[in-house]
Design a protein around this ligand. Structure first.
Ligand code: WT7
Length: 634
């Protein structure tokens, strides 16, 4: 395993007295130990803060493990908790969302208004025949209609599948096909770095490849010319003007275990996994973790700078902040557009109090120097957050000093699409060490273990496992329960532990240090990509016979992709072919998957059984020793 990040530091940062006393959880150890005494009672107590149409009979049903069930028999609806109930209290006057578009346009939406918009959208979906359990694919940029569409689906019991707007035709087509979505919600385009991303053109091509789609709802954002298919595609603003689009709509009473959404993520094979989450447990888990980790209070203006198309956005732009009745800020565009001051300018302008972003964004902005954040008043900030990959201590310190002005603790949250919410994370009251996600959230038991399942002593690398089920856990892989069992629960099946797919180490204080993935997943700018996805994209080009890709450490992106291609007989290697292949990947997988480096080779290092030894390619690319080559047969 190639070591990518600095070893644990001995540096400590302690929160001030004021932060500790104001925190929801002033004493982590006491709350953690208390929760572990009776984990089910702990989660049941947290669930009481939400609305249930009918109370649950059993907190946790493990009879068919690993297909765990939470809050069995309970009836609820996450949209009821996120929207309906606030529209009935004083919060109806509170801002649910503040939004800024990349060109500088602004929108604010109160809980009152949000409720109406969600109802309108829900009625439109119903009029298109969308029913409980139907899948709806959403493919759009960061505009308020994206959360509204998600909440509308949940309200009527439909299952949303949001596909990140940076994915291309084929990735979108595969996800539509896997979910069998008859309805797609999109926008004409999105603004990114001053240019239009032509979302509708991608949808048109994806539907051509995946013809299950019957209707497309199109939100007008950029106003550029697009092709609308007669009888299939409808403008949202036209539908919203029809009598069917009333602002009143019943909320479906869902079973706690009814599916809420599918979110596709990368794994070891080329086919993306549809991670499935449900109404009941997910709402309890996301709202509890956000409230305690970022200490959200009514006066906060919370900014999670992720995309709603990823789990971070699902959980912490949309559902958890709204369940808590908070004000959630969302920005459409790029962090450095038109200048590297954009983030800092918006923090000043809106008085944002918490910023939660990814190490890659921090490193990207750090490159431009501290003059940019120093020019703005960032005194509204009281907490910072990091997610998606390990944060190197250098970026941590820059974020701490120049953004948080040494006042704001940084919550480095480790979690996954599969976990639904934060798993290993500080709370504002605990001591921090730059680069460590610290310790597990109350109710969560994690460990670092060896092949046999023995706990690794401090300082020794092992596999990260989760030892107890938790309410925010994925319930299955959509349409593929065997893959769910095999992927997450087979390695330590005897013990019944969840395998996270990360390697990690604990230190003397029990703090967890995440090292990286142990599988064929690469994190590029915090985005999760499977080597197999990129490889199958490359071999789908007529010139390529075989391909292998690896992640190589990069100062800003965390990792970049290096690709090695064996060309088909008679094909000549050239710079033009390299560019053509990059372009091909841009369309087959998406811009985030484009290799930074493509090399044409005659052979690839393989084991006798034919498995590509990516470890060898990686060592070569980084100029490191190649390690044990006894199984190598090129
Ligand atoms: C993988 C999950 C969870 C939302 C975004 C990513 C890596 C995530 C951290 C962190 C070190 C991290 C892990 C994990 N990861 N957060 N704070 N420190 N590594 O979700 O796309 O499902 O990726 O991201 O490798 O397994 P995801």
């Amino acid at each position: 395993m190639v070591q990518e990040f600095a070893p644990p530091t001995t540096e400590w940062y302690y929160p001030t007295e004021e932060i500790v006393t104001n925190a929801h959880v002033p004493d982590y150890d006491a709350v953690y130990n208390d929760a572990m005494q009776d984990v089910e009672a702990f989660w049941a107590q947290r669930a009481q803060t939400l609305h249930w149409f009918q109370p649950w009979e059993k907190v946790l049903d493990s009879s068919n493990a690993p297909f765990y069930k939470w809050f069995v028999g309970g009836k609820t609806n996450i949209t009821y908790n996120a929207v309906d109930r606030h529209a009935k209290t004083w919060r109806k006057n509170k801002l649910a969302m503040i939004w800024e578009g990349e060109p500088g346009d602004k929108r604010t939406i109160s809980y009152w208004r949000l409720n109406q918009e969600v109802n309108r959208f829900a009625n439109i979906l119903k009029s298109m025949g969308v029913r409980r359990g139907d899948r709806v694919t959403i493919y759009m940029g960061r505009i308020p209609e994206l959360p509204i569409a998600m909440l509308a689906c949940a309200k009527i019991g439909a299952i949303h599948s949001v596909v990140y707007g940076g994915f291309s035709e084929q990735s979108l087509a595969d996800r539509i096909e896997d979910a069998q979505s008859r309805v797609v919600i999109t926008a004409d385009g999105a603004w990114l770095r001053g240019k239009i991303v032509n979302l509708k053109a991608v949808v048109n091509e994806a539907i051509h490849r995946s013809p299950v789609v019957e209707h497309v709802i199109v939100v007008k954002r950029t106003g550029h010319d697009i092709h609308m298919e007669e009888g299939r595609d409808y403008w949202y603003h036209d539908l919203a003007g029809l009598p069917i689009a009333s602002t009143r709509c019943e909320t479906e009473e869902m079973d706690a275990e009814d599916p809420l959404f599918i979110l596709y993520t990368s794994g070891t094979t080329g086919k993306p996994k549809g991670v499935l989450h449900t109404h009941g447990g997910y709402q309890v888990y996301t709202s509890t973790t956000l409230e305690w980790v970022f200490d959200l209070k009514d006066e906060d203006r919370w900014w999670c700078a992720a995309d709603p198309g990823w789990i971070t956005g699902h959980s912490y732009i949309v559902y958890a902040p709204l369940i808590l009745g908070a004000t959630s800020f969302m920005y459409e565009g790029a962090p450095d557009y038109p200048y590297p001051s954009r983030y800092w300018k918006m923090i000043e302008e809106y008085g944002l109090t918490v910023l939660y972003t990814a190490p890659t964004a921090i490193r990207g902005l750090m490159r431009f120097g501290e003059a940019w954040p120093n020019r703005y008043d960032l005194s509204s900030l009281r907490l910072l957050g990091s997610v998606g990959e390990p944060i190197n201590p250098e970026a941590w310190r820059w974020y701490f000093e120049h953004v948080g002005k040494k006042r704001c603790p940084i919550m480095d949250t480790w979690w996954q699409t599969e976990t639904g919410g934060f798993m290993i994370t500080p709370l504002p009251s605990v001591g921090l060490k730059p680069g460590s996600a610290t310790r597990p959230f109350p109710g969560i038991e994690v460990d670092v273990v060896d092949e046999d399942g023995n706990s690794c002593p401090p300082g020794v690398d092992g596999k990260l496992v989760i030892k107890k089920p938790w309410p925010g856990m994925l319930r299955t892989v959509y349409g593929d329960p065997d893959r769910y069992v095999k992927q997450y629960w087979s390695e330590y099946s005897r013990q019944g532990w969840y395998l996270a797919g990360d390697s990690a180490r604990k230190d003397e204080d029990g703090y967890v240090w995440i090292i990286g993935r142990i599988d064929d997943v690469i994190k590029v700018s915090g985005y999760r990509l499977g080597t197999a996805e990129v490889e199958s994209g490359l071999v789908s080009h007529a010139a390529v016979a075989e391909a292998a890709v690896i992640g190589v450490p990069d100062e800003v992106k965390g990792n970049v992709i290096y690709a090695y291609c064996i060309l088909r007989a008679g094909v000549q290697a050239s710079k033009e072919l390299e560019d053509e292949l990059k372009n091909h990947i841009r369309h087959e997988v998406g811009p985030i998957a484009v290799p930074s480096h493509i090399e044409f080779v005659d052979k690839l290092p393989k084991t006798r059984s034919g498995k590509i030894m990516r470890r060898v390619l990686k060592a070569r690319a980084m100029g490191l020793p190649e390690g044990d080559l006894s199984t190598l047969e090129e």
